[in-house]
Design a protein around this ligand. Sequence first.
Ligand code: IPM
Ligand code: MG
Length: 360
Amino acid sequence: MPELKNITTLPGDGIGPEVMAQGVALLKALASPLDMQFEFSEDLVGGACLREFNIPIREKTYTKCKQSDAVLLGAVGSPEYDNNPSHLRPEKALLGLRAELGVYCNLRPAQLYNILIDASPLKKEFIAGLDLMVVRELCGGLYFGNPSGIENTENGRIGTSTMTYGEQEIRRIAIKAFELAGLRRGKVTSVDKANVLAVSQLWRAVVEEVAGDFPEIELEHMLVDNCAMQLVRYPKQFDIILTENMFGDILSDEASQLTGSIGMLPSASLGAGTPLYEPVHGTAPDIAGQDKANPIAMINSVAMLLHYSFERPQAAKIISNAVEDVLQQGYHTGDIQIEGKLVGTKELGERIIEETLKNL
Ligand code: IPM
Ligand code: MG
């Protein structure tokens, strides 16, 4: 009997549905060769759900996600809701999902494919062989802290967001980062703002405590402003960047650009509940619905899903090699600056699937 897995797919907004179609096509193509069976259940989130139900995500969607083996998400966000209050913005669906699923550990690998070396804004010698992973805390910090809101006072409006971390929250993500470093090059750079923020001072202290249990891992602390600079100065110094939610949001976009295009980068969000996989990129409304989006971030997200949730690391590797092979053959979408043949989302996806199947 093939192993059965239930996957909830949430295409979302903008280019989300187009890239999702390629992710699902890849999984369907892989099912039989991997002796697996995938059951997909699609649902609305973000602007797509607001349009239909006036809320960014429904309770029953949370329930369905929790009962699945994995959730695959496209992208959420839509300019038409830019003036909505927070609870009625498309992004709320994503934040709600992360909280409901308890996926506090967000892995964002930034790896340079050799063929894209000229697409990177950095000089070749600084970027060749880049392979780092941002481990971003995803369920705490400024995104979820209390108090939060805008209040009217005698002196005008006051906006507040709070960065809070309990030591348990810091410890569990730090442990994940150290464990991962053990499977990589053995170095953790913990990023904070401990010269100013009390919350960062606790972060640093707890990370130090965790480091005591991992004597084989090298730990360094780095201030977030310095880290932003080091990423464009000499990014190859990094193996794992461990950081809190907001810093991780910013630094992972910066890291992604080093690889030539944000359209390449996948992510996995892991924790206590159902894992969530999604491209790091957004909805790209300017190219939505035009078959121009790069499907590679989604395809790499499927590879991470197979690796981290379905125990098929070999298949994940084959997908990642297929991506590289197809790029090497010159096929690319418009966001990737290389010589060769410009193709659409669908064709690039199909070529990668074909190449993957050849090597399984
Ligand atoms: C990301 C995105 C989200 C975030 C937005 C869409 C809420 O930028 O996943 O990096 O800030 O976490
Ligand atoms: Mg972001």
